[in-house]
Unconditional design. Structure first.
Length: 83
């Protein structure tokens, strides 16, 4: 089973929160709080997408035709979920 990578989204949310709530530095032409808000929103969207795709497994369907020594044919269908 593979893990869900959450480091990137959490990093964006934390850096965005620091810029939005804790930084009072002024740069001409750039709103630091707006950049922080954008980073938090992007991190939140990335987090939701990571969680949704991590919870969904990949499903496969295999069909196999078998013939015994008497010439009788059978079909075997298998569904499996890969995590």
């Amino acid at each position: 089973m593979r893990g869900i990578a959450l480091g990137g989204p959490v990093f964006l949310i934390v850096v965005g929160a620091i810029l939005y709530f804790a930084v009072n530095y002024q740069v001409s032409g750039i709103e630091i709080s707006t950049i922080g808000l954008i980073l938090m929103v992007a991190g939140g969207i990335w987090l939701v997408i990571s969680l949704l795709t991590g919870m969904m497994g990949r499903r496969t369907r295999t069909t196999e035709q078998r013939t015994d020594s008497y010439g009788n044919q059978t079909q075997v269908d298998r569904d499996s979920e890969i995590h």
